[in-house]
Design a protein around this ligand. Structure first.
Ligand SMILES: [Zn+2]
Length: 496
């Protein structure tokens, strides 16, 4: 090429790139986050950047000055993808506000799922603070398959439409059906019901078999076969907190090809958590599509009326009455109070884990963080409000069990990637990248900490300064912004 022509080409190139830069710098963003430490676990970006948000999306990540209608100075703060919780049970904004203060932008009820999927999603539309969604509830779909529960089904539908659905109402309405064995016809109907609820937008299937531990292996295997054929992600609270139950679930997933997510490995494996992790790793090596999660507390929580406390629970769970704490009063139980409360029903906290077991789960980079947050009650299990800040405050900053970037990946990219094959919109979440949804959590890494406790009950976490959901500020300077409901529905891929 002639030197002259080269010169002309070069100056043209310089002219156009300057022009482009100029044009970009004149773009006015809705919000600009100025000077934060931006961490993106997928591209491994960890550097000071400005972020421009436009129309609910991340539109620019730059070292240049960006122009915005609203500028937020986030110097000295970490700018991370909004945290994603795959396991919550509170279905209202009351719980979502605690989740928001804990840095969450998406919270999903996947372990149990919800009843009447279409009506439930409808009841939350344009009302949620943060993104929401749920799986198809297998215990409900099998209950629905039985003709004799017709009236109860109708009542539940009315409640869902009115926005009165809750985990406790679901438990109370379908609890009686757990002992029923399905006929072949009912079993087919159950699968048809599941199929219909997936078409209504359910994100996979919740199979909390631990609450229906007498279920026939055949019935459960049918659900796995269905999930394998259709490639539907299953979320399972295993049959019992022991290794036989891990073997049952992993065998079913291996034989049927069903993708499987085992919930709260900490309370499922207890002291055998290393073995459980080894089994999951070995299954993965053989091509099994499997994952797991944990919460950072040495106690679990559930409803006292559940089958987990059927005859023989002390032996099965290796614990006694005094390890149980009644949520309404904070008292530890005795045989007398246990019998009394089991009649009335309600939430109980189960103190049965060792800190060393949690550390093993936390150190494994593939184990996601998920809260198993409970429906609101002043003295509910602290995980309901503090799970994510506790990981960042205690496990990262104070105890140095894992580094900050690993912790952020466990609460953003990992759950987003796990869910994207069943809920395609998750491809736009869990990332700080141009084009991704503007779900962003901004926190002070030196201060973030959980404030909820077993003694004092729920409290907002501290150190989360700003939370943006789909481009809208929902938390500003550590305070809830009132009157905004930018939370959108996350739905499964079979939604019609
Ligand atoms: Zn569970």
């Amino acid at each position: 090429m002639k030197p002259f022509l080269l010169k002309v080409l070069l100056s043209a190139l310089i002219f156009f790139s300057c022009y482009k830069l100029e044009a970009q710098s004149k773009k006015v963003f809705d919000i600009v986050l100025v000077g934060g430490r931006v961490i993106d676990p997928e591209t491994k970006l960890d550097a000071v950047r400005n972020i421009g948000i436009l129309n609910g999306r991340i539109a620019s990540i730059s070292t240049n000055t960006l122009v915005g209608k609203e500028l937020i100075d986030v110097k000295g703060l970490v700018v991370a993808p909004g945290f994603i919780d795959m396991h919550i049970h509170g279905r209202t904004n009351q719980e979502q506000e605690f989740q928001l203060h804990d840095g969450l932008t998406t919270t999903l009820e996947l372990e149990w799922g919800v009843e009447n999927i279409e009506q439930w999603y409808g009841s939350r539309k344009s009302k949620a603070l943060i993104n929401f969604g749920a799986s198809v509830c297998w215990p409900f779909e099998r209950f629905k398959a039985m003709e004799k529960y017709k009236e109860a089904k109708q009542l539940m539908m009315e409640n869902t439409i009115k926005g009165n659905s809750s985990l406790e109402n679901l438990f109370n309405a379908i609890g009686g059906s757990y002992k029923d064995k399905l006929t072949k016809e009912e079993s087919n109907k159950m699968l048809m019901n599941i199929n219909k609820s997936l078409a209504e937008g359910g994100i996979g299937i919740g199979i909390p078999i631990g609450y229906l531990p007498k279920t026939n292996p055949e019935e459960l295997y049918e659900v796995y076969k269905f999930a394998g054929k259709k490639q539907v992600l299953l979320f399972s609270h295993l049959r019992e907190p022991n290794m036989l139950s891990f073997q049952e679930a992993i065998a079913n997933a291996t034989l049927t090809g069903a993708p499987l997510h085992i919930v709260h490995i900490n309370s499922m494996a207890l002291g055998h958590i290393q073995m459980a992790l080894d089994m999951i790793e070995a299954a993965k090596k053989r091509g099994v599509n499997i994952s797991t999660e944990m919460y950072p507390y040495t106690a679990g929580s559930t409803l006292i009326q559940s089958a987990i406390f059927n005859e023989g629970w002390q032996e099965r769970l290796d614990m006694s009455y005094n390890d149980l704490q009644w949520v309404l009063t904070g008292e530890r139980l005795t045989k007398e109070t246990f019998d009394k409360y089991r009649q009335t029903g309600g939430a109980v906290i189960i103190h049965n884990m060792q800190p060393e077991w949690l550390k093993i789960g936390m150190e494994n980079p593939t184990v996601m963080i998920a809260s198993d947050g409970m429906p609101y009650s002043a003295l509910a299990h602290p995980r309901t409000a503090g799970t994510f800040s506790r990981v960042l405050g205690k496990y990262v900053r104070e105890d140095k069990v894992i580094d900050l970037n690993t912790a952020i990946a466990k609460m953003t990219l990992l759950p987003a990637k796990r869910l994207e094959s069943i809920a395609p919109s998750m491809r736009q979440k869990g990332r700080i990248q141009v084009g991704a949804d503007a779900d962003i959590t901004i926190f002070n890494a030196a201060k973030i900490i959980d404030k909820a406790s077993f003694e004092k009950g729920l409290a907002f976490s501290e150190g989360v300064e700003f939370v943006i959901v789909n481009g809208t500020l929902v938390l500003k300077n550590g305070k809830t912004v009132t009157g905004v409901f930018p939370g959108k529905a996350i739905v499964g891929k079979f939604k019609k």
